[in-house]
Design a protein around this ligand. Structure first.
Ligand code: PEP
Length: 257
């Protein structure tokens, strides 16, 4: 049976954009993607701009997500943290979890990823769980082994129902913000591997329905070739999501080939 996975094109704005800058983006972007019915569209602004962006895109085909979420459900004494309930209250529907920059600079581990998935899912946010290997592991032929460990630890003890609600983003660290995209074949092979592991962990139905996004220097020029791969179901985009016209072209990858 052919899977019917709906593509998701997601923009991760990282620590860019004040509220006025975010709203200026939305003003320009909305009309560029108004006719896009082939995919889901997501923007993940910094926490400070979530509410303003969510209010402005309400009723449109653009959803909003957070770039991180507290592992604690709260409310509670966790200075600096933002809970899933607060993120949802601000109008977001998704939460990116375990981005490699969070792992590299802020001590995110597979254990905290696991807790954050539960916290997000508990509030009805859709977790986008990031995995991906560093260059040393890719070069040493250990890329699958590395990602396998992240999946085993990060998704440990999730129920089949919980696993059915997650999205995975494969983002090889060597491709993030470097301009060095994985070839469609390299990415496609890892996506197929991830799906096979999910099948072993959670069964055929979860694996076939799971959306696996590719991330790492995705641009309007390379998105169509990536999306041609059977196991690539969308993209998580950093740099190329910051400018409305560029991200609009990326979302409209079917027309811009
Ligand atoms: C990202 O931040 O998830 C990312 C993939 O960044 P870039 O598209 O800039 O490589």
């Amino acid at each position: 049976m052919q899977p019917t996975r709906r593509p998701l094109i997601a923009g991760n704005w990282k620590m860019y954009k004040t509220i006025p800058e975010a709203l200026e983006f939305v003003r320009a972007f909305k009309s560029l993607v108004v006719a896009a019915t082939h995919c889901d569209i997501l923007i993940a602004p910094p926490f400070t701009a979530i509410k303003a962006v969510a209010d402005r895109v309400e009723g449109s085909n653009i959803a909003v997500g957070a770039q991180d979420v507290a592992a604690e459900a709260g409310p509670g004494a966790f200075t600096g943290e933002v809970s899933a309930a607060m993120i949802k209250d601000a109008g977001a529907r998704y939460a990116i979890i375990g981005h490699s920059e969070r792992r590299q600079y802020y001590g995110e581990t597979d254990k905290s990823v696991n807790r954050k998935i539960r916290a997000a899912d508990g509030e009805g946010l859709l977790p986008i769980v990031c995995v991906g290997e560093p260059l040393e592991d890719r070069d040493a032929g250990r890329a699958e082994e590395f990602v396998d460990r992240q999946l085993a630890e990060g998704l440990r003890n999730l129920t089949v129902e919980e696993a059915a609600r997650i999205i995975i983003a494969y983002e090889p660290i060597w491709a993030i913000g470097t301009g060095r995209t994985a070839t469609p074949e390299t990415a496609g092979q890892m996506h197929a591997f991830i799906r096979s592991r999910i099948r072993e962990m959670f069964g055929e139905k979860v694996a076939e329905d799971l959306r696996i996004l590719y991330g790492g220097s995705v641009k309007p020029a390379n998105i169509a070739a990536l999306m041609n791969e059977a196991d690539i179901d969308g993209a998580l985009v950093g740099g190329a999501s910051l400018e409305a016209e560029t991200f609009g072209r990326l979302v409209n990858y079917k027309e811009n080939r």
